[in-house]
Design a protein around this ligand. Structure first.
Ligand code: AMP
Length: 404
């Protein structure tokens, strides 16, 4: 029997998201999520997508990722999709930080694990959870290839001029301080899909990808290769996000420490968790912000303007970086769903060949689609992202190659 299934695991500090896919047709067999791992009561939501099963929920203590993954394995087994199945070809792991070394998806061995561990100081919130997820999956199926798909990999093609900060070189090198970028799996998938939508080869197309979710990043993609992206050493840099400041004069941090008497840890939480849209107006959900604006709320309106202003600056900047832009693609929760954000982001940019057709923009759809009028020089697209499918595709391609 040919093994055609891939389990995709996205392990966070207290959560695991998973999807089981059949790579013959990229269909989902089951999806689910475990939350609040390590807390008094954890919750597992499991949805089988084959055999007509109903979604199920379990609430019970799960002390660590191992218990959580064992519970996931039980749920899959109950649907006849057990991890012991010979049909399972590999497990694909989202790994947030791959540094400079990992430019491609990689089959995990001891040396790869060591390198992912070595990167913990530059990704202290993310890599430890990814490592735990990998170890647990290895314990469950030691015989199976485990593949790491890195959030940073797509951005490793950035030239040094975009990747380096103008920071003292010795200090930067000693501490590996540079711009790595994140959301790479999404930027890769969406830029490729955008080329497809235009009926052109990715090598011939220049795209600005705007991944606007709760976290948000922009990237400039020339002929399928990333040449700049808005997130940096960490996901804090760049666009205004749900709870992160994005770009800010770094001296604000000295000021808050020296004059405001705040500790580094307090400032870290402030700029990552309590700023951005939620810090500006108390809400980070774009639906709620739009509802408040429609009801005449000025605080929400200003938060929206600040969000859009930053977005426009990046569109302009990446236009200049690319020189020629064929398409701008909106993706992720806000980019895929919030028509007012798309409209406002390109408003007034007609001189750059950018425009949005009001009727096309207001259509709701799960399909990749163009929303620019026919006369516009630059295509504006909405392209739903699918990071799990991209991880599964990359994982399966790698293990199929190995077995070929
Ligand atoms: P993500 O991180 O990609 O899952 O995106 C989550 C964010 O997408 C939420 O915080 C909302 O701000 C936004 N979002 C989701 N659905 C909608 C919608 N229908 N309209 C506007 N914004 C939405």
């Amino acid at each position: 029997m040919t093994a055609t299934r891939v389990l995709v695991l996205n392990s966070g500090s207290s959560s695991v998201k998973y999807q089981l896919l059949d790579m013959r047709d990229s269909s989902r067999l089951a999806v689910g999520l475990v939350e609040r791992i390590g807390e008094e009561i954890s919750r597992l939501k499991h949805t089988p997508l084959t055999g007509g099963g109903e979604p199920r929920e379990r609430e019970e203590p799960m002390a660590d990722h191992e218990q959580a993954l064992r519970a996931v394995a039980d749920e899959l087994a109950a649907d006849g999709l057990g991890l012991d199945s010979p049909e399972l070809a590999a497990i694909g792991h989202r790994v947030v930080h791959g540094g400079l070394k990992f430019t491609e998806p990689t089959v995990i061995d001891d040396a790869v694990m060591k390198e992912i561990e070595r990167l913990v100081p530059v990704a202290p919130l993310h890599n430890p959870a990814n490592i735990t997820g990998i170890r647990t999956a290895q314990a469950l199926r030691p015989d199976l290839p485990q593949v790491a798909v890195f959030d940073t990999a797509f951005h490793t093609t950035m030239p040094e001029s975009a990747a380096r900060y103008a920071l003292d070189v010795k200090t930067a090198d000693e501490h590996r301080v540079r711009r790595y970028g994140f959301h790479g799996t999404s930027h890769a998938y969406v830029s490729r899909k955008t080329a497809q939508l235009l009926g052109r080869a990715p090598e011939d197309v220049n795209v600005i990808v705007l991944h606007l979710g709760n976290g948000a990043s922009a990237s400039a993609v020339r002929g399928g290769r990333c040449v700049d992206t808005s997130m940096g050493l960490t996901p804090l840099e760049g666009l205004v996000m749900g709870t992160r400041t994005g770009d800010m004069d770094p001296a604000v941090i000295f000021h808050l420490a020296r004059v405001g008497g705040m500790s580094i840890d307090e400032i870290d939480i402030l700029v990552n968790k309590k700023s951005g849209l939620i810090g500006l107006c108390g809400d980070n959900d774009m639906r709620e912000i739009r509802r408040r604006i429609d009801a005449g709320d000025e605080e929400a309106a200003l938060a929206f303007e600040i969000y859009i202003h930053r977005l426009k600056k990046y569109i302009g900047a990446y236009y200049a970086v690319l020189g020629r832009v064929d398409a701008i693609a909106f993706t992720a929760g806000v980019g895929e769903n919030a028509a007012p954000v798309r409209e406002a982001a390109v408003a007034g940019l007609e001189e750059l060949g950018l425009a949005v057709d009001g009727a096309l923009n207001s259509v709701r759809s799960d399909e990749a689609r163009l929303i620019s009028p026919e006369y516009a020089r630059v295509a504006v697209a909405v392209v739903p992202t699918d990071e799990e499918l991209e991880i599964a595709d990359q994982t399966y391609a790698l293990v199929s190659d190995r077995n070929a």
